[in-house]
Design a protein around this ligand. Structure first.
Ligand code: GTP
Ligand code: IMP
Ligand code: MG
Length: 338
């Protein structure tokens, strides 16, 4: 039984949603809790022909048997949350820590009206930066103050730690990615909080000594939305020629595309305390890998990519995602038991 954190190793949108959903189906956690900034995140999970996009509800929702919790570090936009709960019919199994900060309409207006945030930084315009600023100024509202959130309030750390003490598995999901961490990313082109594994644990109220595994998710071809340095970025022509076009889940902006960045992967694995890594978008490295679920069926070229990436990361790559659909994955975790 394990307490696992899942975080993004590059600039966000690595496909954490899919990895969380896969691990949940394998490990049967009793709670899936999310940390991270707030509704600036967008996770896509595809099951069969159905594609879901969530911004507030933990992306492990496709696994039906876990309670879904939002940790106190996360900013909640009640309009986005209640709308997702309606769409997913998840009202009875989703809980919000009573200390979560609240995004009000005014925060969204401030985010969108700020040339600095919208134009220079390229924020998502979801109000996260201004809401976190108010939280730090201690003028913001909390979830416990809102009548519409009363049915969902919970002491999330108490619930998560009780499951861990009872020997059950829990999944702690991060959002965003290492390169847009307020502390370790490409400041000022970053989001409004740290995004590393330690922050995710703190967001949910789980101490560092009870974490068993930190899965850092890397994208074979990293992407970045918004402004800021991206050392391995390709030209638009180059990425289009490779068939690598992508659009954001939240803002629908075109994602900038880059090549694998070994130096960033190593540094990010270090700060996240990576115990094992996941690689997504592997079907883009070699189209012959699309949908493959067995390691031995990967092409020599794909295996070479994995060997090099593993050397960069310095930890085993135990999950290899070969397509957007939930079942398109090679899971080697049993072979590497930590
Ligand atoms: P943030 O919390 O916003 O950082 O998002 P995320 O890490 O959950 O990723 P997001 O869902 O925004 O973006 C990943 C995209 O890649 C989605 O459209 C997924 O469906 C897709 N995806 C995930 N794994 C794979 C894969 O192995 N191959 C391909 N082709 N697409 C993938
Ligand atoms: P903000 O978090 O909306 O203030 O945006 C600040 C920067 O972080 C911008 O470059 C955004 O594009 C980026 N960002 C925020 N959340 C995500 C995410 O979930 N995935 C990818 N980029 C993000
Ligand atoms: Mg995303």
């Amino acid at each position: 039984m394990t307490c696992t954190i899942i975080v993004g190793g590059f600039f966000g949108d690595e496909g954490k949603g899919k990895i969380v959903a896969h691990i949940a189906h394998q490990d049967n956690p009793t709670i899936i809790a999310r940390g991270g900034v707030g509704p600036n995140a967008g996770h896509t999970v595809q099951v069969g022909d159905r594609q879901y996009g969530v911004r507030m509800v933990p992306s492990g929702f496709v696994y039906p048997d876990a309670r879904l919790c939002i940790g106190s570090g996360v900013l909640v936009d009640p309009r986005v949350l209640l709308n997702e709960l309606d769409t997913l019919d998840a009202h009875r199994r989703c809980f919000v820590d009573f200390r979560c900060g609240i995004i009000e309409e005014e925060h969204i207006l401030r985010d969108k009206a700020s040339d600095h945030l919208r134009e220079t930084i390229g924020s998502t315009g979801t109000g996260c930066g201004p809401a976190n600023a108010d939280r730090v100024m201690r003028t913001g509202r909390l979830a416990r103050d809102l009548p519409e959130l009363q049915p969902y309030l919970l002491d999330v750390p108490a619930a998560v730690n009780a499951e861990i003490e009872n020997g059950n598995s829990v999944l702690l999901e991060g959002t965003q990615g290492f390169g847009i961490s307020l502390y370790y990313g490409t400041y000022p082109y970053v989001t409004s909080k740290d995004t590393s594994a330690s922050q995710i644990a703190a967001d949910i109220g789980v101490g560092p000594t009870v974490i068993d595994d930190v899965v850092v998710v890397f994208k074979a071809y990293p992407t970045r939305v918004g402004e800021g340095p991206f050392s391995t970025e390709m030209s638009h022509d180059e990425s289009t020629a490779l068939g690598l076009q992508e659009f954001g889940t939240v803002t629908h902006r075109e994602r900038r595309i880059g090549a694998w960045d070994g130096e960033m992967a190593r540094y990010s694995a270090m700060i996240n305390g990576c115990t094992q890594a996941a690689i997504t978008g592997f079907d883009k490295v070699d189209h012959a890998c699309a949908g493959v679920t067995e390691f031995r069926r990967l092409s020599p070229r794909a295996k070479e990519f994995l060997r090099d990436a593993e050397a960069d990361i310095g930890r085993p790559i135990t999950l290899i995602s070969t397509g957007p659909e939930l079942s398109q994955i090679i899971d080697l975790r049993a072979e590497y038991c930590t």
